[in-house]
Design a protein around this ligand. Structure first.
Ligand SMILES: Cc1ncc(C[n+]2csc(CCOP(=O)(O)OP(=O)(O)O)c2C)c(N)n1
Length: 574
């Protein structure tokens, strides 16, 4: 059953209930709703409101419901986006305003696996709800009236409809072959008994805890468990060709450091401490792609989620995957890993490490020479990758570009990668700066807009110096790198994915007490990035044709893959 069919069936039911205002926030998992809503907007059937910050979107929806008595569903992607609906949900609950949180989720089988942007959304807005349901696209197609049943009491407060979607998330057939009918919103049925009694009809929906999630899957008494847990014998693992895949997560790094490990290649994301280790492979995701067949064991540490090649590597079922974890949700998107409480010692694999390092270095050099002097999002990422000091990096393209373009970084990169939200980025950096000292932040324009409140400083309060670099490519460039950027979806792309804003950032920055700087050349960028943080908002105008940058990213990746392959071909396998 396609996700498209599920989204269209759900929206048809909402139209049937006389609901015609919808508030949409851009995202990837929610794409089936976005395409369907855009289609309904183009056919003149609904009024669509597009917002960036889900907290704002929640309140816009609250206002629509409050004024009309008819709920305006607010649609978000998965992850922390959903949590941002909480303030409006509790207000709707306590003021009895019709409100629908329509949130997209990962399929049930991915939940609890530590996969990107995957969390427990079911129950996240409760208990301040009159009802909540958790359905798949298939459920809705089979029984569309379950939407009506779930919304029976929506006239008196908020309902959470959590809908899970499988890939593909873009349309694969014509949308709405039969134009849906718009009905009228049913009159309230009168106070329900439980409401009169002061009780809320909250229906308990237990969060499914996937099997094998909480317990390590290594059998007690197995070599690895006993050796790892007791004495950390150096020979805990045999000499199978191993890579350590490292994501952000401090406890894991402590574990790594404590036990030490041999000369083993580390495929590390920028925000993991391991990225600054000598064993970290430049252009790791490119190298992972090229040597995938040669890898015999993967040890996962932290929460790596950034790239498709690494994700598919850690999901391989034909090799040994070990997830080193102390956290409740081990990263194991393939649900196949053995888990271990501390890093097992891996025997020295110096020749293998050299082979991968050489390939990574060659890919890195090829990538950097491809970039040239053009001022675009890739150029900013490359220069940040070469910078020094503490950087807080926004989710979306910039962290992925740094991942691709960093050689041996001198800087320490921080990021909110637990759920890869674009919320609270500058605010988190401000908090960290109180401990770490002056910092720099680099974000896309939507990530900046999402956290505008974080720009406003309280009079008389000490704040460590921060510089905020904004890659202004007029909206969510990342969506152009996905299927949604395909020219056949161009009618829809700008409106519901890219969602560019009319915002004069320098004026806004000045109004909030920051010094605005607009960068228009690669040379200027280099100069300003070398300066110490000083309360600046630095706008890098990267508003070239977004599809041009998409093309450049593709060319960059294939040039880097080609370079790595050449190097590997001239190098004897270890
Ligand atoms: C809180 C939250 N809402 C929505 C998303 C989905 N999302 C991921 S990237 C992105 C767009 C980011 O745009 P921008 O900051 O301009 O960076 P660019 O894509 O141009 O690199 C969105 C909306 C998210 N990750 N987190």
């Amino acid at each position: 059953m396609s996700s498209q069919a599920g989204a269209e069936a759900a929206l048809s039911r909402l139209l049937g209930l006389g609901i015609t205002h919808f508030v949409l926030c851009p995202g990837s998992r929610s794409a089936p709703f976005a395409y369907a809503l855009r289609e309904l907007e183009m056919r003149g059937i609904i009024t669509l409101h597009v917002e960036t910050d889900e907290r704002v979107a929640g309140f816009v929806a609250l206002g629509l419901g409050k004024a009309s008595g008819i709920p305006a569903p607010v649609i978000t992607t998965s992850g922390s986006a959903v949590a941002n609906l909480h303030p409006a949900t509790v207000e709707a609950f306590h003021s009895g305003v019709p409100f629908i949180a329509l949130t997209a989720d990962r399929p049930e089988w991915m939940r609890g696996s530590g996969a990107n942007q995957t969390t427990n959304q079911v129950g996240m807005l409760g208990p301040n709800l009159v009802n909540q349901i958790d359905v798949s696209a298939e459920d809705v197609v089979e029984d569309p009236e379950l939407i009506d049943r779930a919304l029976q009491d929506v006239w008196r407060g908020p309902v959470h409809l959590n809908a899970s979607f499988e890939n593909p998330l873009h349309p694969t057939e014509p949308s709405f072959p039969v134009t849906p009918e718009v009905g009228s919103f049913p009159a309230p049925t009168g106070p329900a008994d439980d409401l009169v009694a002061g009780l809320i009809g909250f229906k308990d929906v237990s969060v499914p805890v996937p099997e094998g999630d909480s317990e390590p899957v290594l059998e007690a008494g197995s070599d690895l468990v006993s050796e790892v847990e007791s004495g950390l014998t150096p020979s805990a693992l045999d000499n199978a060709r191993t890579v350590i895949v490292a994501g952000p997560g401090t406890p894991y790094s402590e574990v790594l450091r404590r036990t030490g490990h041999g000369q083993v290649p580390v495929l590390a994301e920028p925000a993991s401490i391991e990225r600054n280790y000598a064993e970290a492979i430049p252009a790791a995701r490119i190298v992972a792609d090229c040597v995938n067949d040669e890898i015999e064991r993967v040890v996962i540490t932290g929460h790596p989620t950034l790239s498709r090649p690494i994700t598919s590597l850690v999901c391989r079922t034909d090799i040994d995957i070990i997830s080193v974890t102390t956290e409740p949700v081990p990263t194991d998107p393939g649900r196949i890993a053995r888990t271990a409480p501390v890093m097992p010692d891996v025997p020295d694999q110096t020749a293998w490490l050299k082979r991968l390092s050489a390939a990574g270095q060659r890919a890195y050099e090829a990538g950097r020479s491809y970039l040239g002097d053009e001022l675009d999002a890739l150029q900013v990422a490359a220069q940040v990758a070469d910078a020094e000091g503490n950087w807080f990096v926004g989710a979306s393209n910039v962290i992925r570009d740094i991942d691709l373009l960093a050689g041996s970084p001198k800087a320490t990169f921080h990021a909110n990668r637990g759920l890869a939200g674009i919320d609270g980025t500058m605010s988190t950096a401000r908090g960290m700066a109180h401990h770490l000292g002056p910092m720099k932040v680099v974000v896309g324009d939507l990530t900046f807009i999402h956290d505008l409140g974080g720009l406003i400083l309280t009079r008389g309060q000490d704040e460590p110096a921060l510089d905020i670099v904004i890659i202004d490519d007029s909206g969510g460039g990342i969506f152009a790198t996905l299927e949604h950027g395909d020219p056949r979806f161009s009618d829809t792309f700008d409106r519901v994915f890219r969602t560019a804003k009319n915002l004069d950032i320098p004026t806004l920055a000045r109004a909030c007490g920051w010094e605005p700087v607009v960068v228009t050349s690669t040379g200027e960028l280099r100069e300003i990035l070398a300066a110490k943080p000083a309360g600046r908002v630095i706008v890098v105008n990267c508003a070239q044709e977004i599809h041009h940058v998409r093309q450049r990213r593709r060319e960059l990746t294939s040039i880097m893959i080609e370079a790595a392959r050449q190097e590997l071909a001239g190098h004897t396998p270890a």
